[in-house]
Design a protein around this ligand. Structure first.
Ligand code: ZN
Ligand code: MN
Length: 149
């Protein structure tokens, strides 16, 4: 919460509820997720309040907007440099904090001064792999006839 005070946004009770929900949240929620959760405490809150608060936070560096989920923008209160794994099946996003040494050859750098990077790894999470293998086994059982051809 100190971080958000330093940003200097006006702290209304609704905004505090949004910030409380975001603080330390590692789920990378969408604006809809945040609205759904926070409106439990503030039933009169509008989606526009959530959206506008997120925009203000983003502009002031209080939250990162992630575009790695093609279905919806996701928000990350962790503004320290880090990278992400995303599950292609359930869209779960997980933080990874390794320091990857990526050298761009001078001829590709186009004279840019590089100030940061963000790496996205795509794949299947543990839960989805388990679910897929259970479904796979069921299909195998159902496919017994294949063996009798
Ligand atoms: Zn998954
Ligand atoms: Mn993150």
């Amino acid at each position: 919460m100190e971080k958000y005070k330093a940003i200097g946004i006006k702290l209304t009770p609704q905004r505090i509820a949004i910030l409380d929900y975001l603080d330390g949240n590692k789920e990378h929620p969408s604006a809809e997720d945040i609205y759904k959760e926070v409106s439990k405490r503030f039933p009169t809150m509008s989606f526009a309040t959530v959206y506008n608060t997120l925009q203000t936070l983003k502009e002031r560096g209080g939250v990162l907007e992630l575009t790695i989920d093609p279905d919806k923008k996701r928000f990350d209160p962790n503004t320290e440099p880090h990278h992400h794994l995303i599950c292609l099946s359930c869209k779960k996003i997980i933080d990874i904090h390794g320091k990857y040494n990526l050298d761009i050859p001078d001829e590709e750098r186009a004279d840019f001064d590089i100030v940061g990077n963000h790496i996205e790894f795509y794949g299947l999470c543990t839960d989805c792999k388990k679910r897929d293998s259970v479904q796979g086994q069921r299909t195998m059982k159902g496919g017994d006839r294949i063996g009798s051809i």
